[in-house]
Design a protein around this ligand. Structure first.
Ligand code: EPZ
Length: 420
């Protein structure tokens, strides 16, 4: 297992290219099951989660190859409608193949996702939505066994806005007979990008970008090429890194529209943010002001930025509240930050962060993807040496993060760790 070793105290300066979105790939790759064909997905990041999805699709008969940032995906020979537990347990987004498999084969056998570093993370909305389209779904030995020889359009309201459930149900609806109306659908950029990709494939979807999607089922879709949207969560992570190190960093290959809430909050902390068509420059010359943050569905502050914001507020001149309304117990990073000397208390879904203390480096343990990011951010500023262990969590969603941070002046390197 690798660890990242950081000597804190350097200001980040320079330019960093943001990679394609992990969650953009994990929505679009399953959609390539809907039409047998050859797809080229550009701006694909080299991440273990992308490899996990590729391995799953290959196990079903697809052929995939990542050349640079182009993912070649051939789904013509896909002949299996099963997603085994061995794949789903390593990455819950494997569950997103359920809808496309039903649309392609009229049946699917997909393992229920296991637990997560935080939770619960139910899939009831995926199931209810697909049932509204006529799928008959049983749960047998930890698997969803679904039969939908005649997917038919229907009306479904998502009681809770769900990225994954919206994607799964949408990918089934595009080939269901007749009309489907989805309300309270997720509008995260990765879902909007998925809907646009499906339309490029020949699907009929109105209301893209809104919470109300009207779909007219079609018989056939065709394979098309696509560019994966930039990763807004990676971008937010680098924006926070720039501000908390009092640096001056320009991010390229970003879509500022996907980061409006984060940009607004960061300006309240005193960061200067210069936005252009696909670049964002973050400069911080002031003391960091404490600013409360509450996560919500798009267009609010993403839950995937909550841990990074918590780390940021450790260096603010005052106390702030960080509330997660999406995952109320997504705070595994807090005990690790406390090992650096952080003064944070958590009750229910709220972390009270008492900023302004100087932190000192220590060995800390990653528990999940975004928690790892928050530990690295804190290590960039903490005095002395911080070692972030189990960075395999990080490699799921951040491409070459230590190279990117080093290029900005950070003192960070990857080392082999004893098995821990
Ligand atoms: C997606 O997960 C992302 N993953 C997550 O990013 C992200 O945190 C999450 O959306 C929220 O934005 C991918 O896109 C691969 P949800 P997903 O369904 O689809 C409840 C990262 O770090 N819910 O939008 O699983 C659920 O409990 C990862 O990149 C139900 O109640 O999330 C949660 O409270 C972590 N029933 C809320 O909805 C369901 O059937 C949002 O979950 C489904 C969800």
């Amino acid at each position: 297992m690798d660890k990242l070793v950081i000597e804190g105290g350097t200001r980040l300066k320079g330019r960093v290219k943001v990679s394609g979105a992990k969650n953009g790939c994990l929505a679009i790759m399953p959609a390539c099951l809907l039409a047998p064909g050859v797809y080229n997905l550009s701006n694909t990041p080299n991440l273990t989660d992308v490899w996990s999805m590729s391995r799953l699709l290959n196990a079903m008969g697809a052929h995939s190859e990542l050349n640079g940032d182009n993912l070649f995906l051939d789904t013509r020979d896909v002949n299996s409608w099963e997603a085994p537990y061995e794949f789903v347990k390593t990455m819950r987004a494997s569950f997103y193949v359920l809808g496309p498999l039903l649309a392609r084969f009229g049946k699917a056998k997909v393992s229920l996702p296991g637990g997560c570093a935080w939770g619960p993370r139910p899939v009831d909305l995926h199931i209810k939505g697909l049932q509204k389209l006529g799928a008959e779904i049983e749960i047998e030995n930890g698997y969803i066994v679904a039969d939908a020889t005649n997917l038919t359009g229907g009306r479904f309201n998502f009681d809770i806005s769900s990225v994954g459930a919206t994607g799964n149900v949408l990918m089934a609806a595009v080939k269901a007979k007749g009309s489907t109306l989805l309300t309270n659908a997720a509008i995260e950029p990765e879902i909007t990008a998925l809907a646009r990709f499906l339309v490029k494939m020949g699907a009929k979807i109105d209301g893209i970008g809104t919470t109300q999607l009207e779909i007219e089922g079609v018989d056939e879709l065709k394979a098309v090429d696509e560019e994966i949207v930039p990763d807004r969560i990676e971008a937010a992570t680098f924006m926070i890194a720039a501000a908390m190190t009092k640096g001056d960093v320009e991010l390229t290959n970003v879509n500022p529209y996907h980061l409006a809430a984060v940009i607004g909050r960061m300006e309240e902390t005193g960061a200067e943010i210069d936005v252009n068509a696909n670049t964002i420059r973050v400069t911080m010359n002031e003391d960091i002001q404490p600013v409360d943050s509450t996560t919500s569905v798009c267009p609010g502050i993403p839950t995937d930025v909550q841990a990074q914001w918590t780390a940021y507020m450790l260096f603010a001149k005052g106390t702030s509240k960080v509330i997660d309304n999406i995952y109320t117990d997504r705070f595994k990073h807090v005990p690790e930050l406390q090992r650096l000397g952080a003064d944070i208390s958590v009750s229910d879904n709220t972390a009270i962060v008492k900023g302004g203390k100087s932190l000192s480096g220590a060995q800390v343990m990653s528990s999940d993807l975004r928690a790892s990011a928050s530990l690295i951010l804190a290590g960039l500023v903490a005095e002395g040496r911080t070692e972030v262990l189990r960075v395999y969590h990080l490699d799921r969603g951040y491409e070459n993060i230590e190279q990117k941070l080093s290029a900005l002046g950070a003192n960070i390197k990857r080392e082999k760790a004893n098995l821990v």
